[in-house]
Design a protein around this ligand. Sequence first.
Ligand code: SF4
Ligand code: SF4
Length: 390
Amino acid sequence: MEKSKVVLLTCKDYEEESVNKAIEDGINLLGGIELLFKREEKILLKPNLLAKASPEKAVTTHPAVFKAVGKLLKEHGYDNLYYGDSPGNPIGGVERVAAGCGIKKPAEELNIIPADFNKGTKVEFKEGITEQSFIISNGILECDGIINICKMKTHQLERITGAAKNMFGAVYGLNKGAFHAKFTDADSFARMIADLNNFIKPRLHIMDGVIAMEGNGPQSGTPVEMGLILMSKDPIALDTVFCNLINLKPELVPTNRFGYEYGVGTMKNDDIEIDTVQGCLTMEDAVRKYGNEKYNVYRGTDRKTQIKLLQPIQPLLQKKPYIIKDKCVKCGICVDSCPVDKKAITLESYPQYNYKLCIRCYCCQEMCPQKAIDVKAPFLARIMDRNWKL
Ligand code: SF4
Ligand code: SF4
């Protein structure tokens, strides 16, 4: 069986020259852009545009990486280029968020046109194992090929948001909330993400990890220097390399597990080849040279599997969101983003949780613009992690 190639590129900063070189080297190591796309095809660049945030906050794909990919395509004669994503808060449209993230400017310079993410179409996917129907933004459906330009970040529900999870932005607008309400835990949500990846099948995945995000991601975490860009045709292999580099067991990430099970890609080290400009590396060598074992990511046990046995103490074991009052400006965005019908969070003098209704989707935490929501494993769960490797 042919191995999945993951290209690992060092890139010390977001200077145009450094990023252009890394992107060019990476595409060459993958065999050249002509192997992936035909010149006459309509190509969509799909950055992470979670929310309007300046590039140094590491919430969204850095404009320098987006620009380098667009520039390379232009230089190779690709003129039919589009971009877009479905932000967490779609009000004002993708262009408002793209302007705030610094993506709109290079897109205009390179004549990369905003794709239609303001309308969606229901599509059937009979091959779906968990989900057979999606409402997808028209901009995704109208293109021939996709380059998924994701960000190296942590995520409260899935531990990381890398290549596979970034495709959730293909789901049109507020339908994303409906999926959170339907797939209420990390495993079922990851199964849906695996189906979605099999439906969309981006041809290339590029991960911006020059400055990554650790801790309370995907919006409220802390920027951390990793100095890396990863590229692959296989999103699960790419995310697996990311996990290894940050000392997180790949199988703890549900999008890896179900992506592998559903045939999206591989999470087996033996089936992954890591290429660099200097030659191939083993996973161990890549980790030794480029890894960050102290990267702040949740490495605790997922207690869901033990819940039946430990039903009476379940609330004492589950992670939960909570408000950091001195950061909260009472804007109510967290309440609006809660997909639970009766709202598991309400705005009183401060936002208040009803943990009995809360499905732990962490949409509130994801969308809070003030870093005023954190997620913590309760004391008992932390003690168990430290003392019993269940
Ligand atoms: S979104 Fe954040 S800042 Fe706004 S009310 Fe909720 S917790 Fe407070
Ligand atoms: S309160 Fe937050 S974590 Fe709980 S269901 Fe609502 S959005 Fe999800």
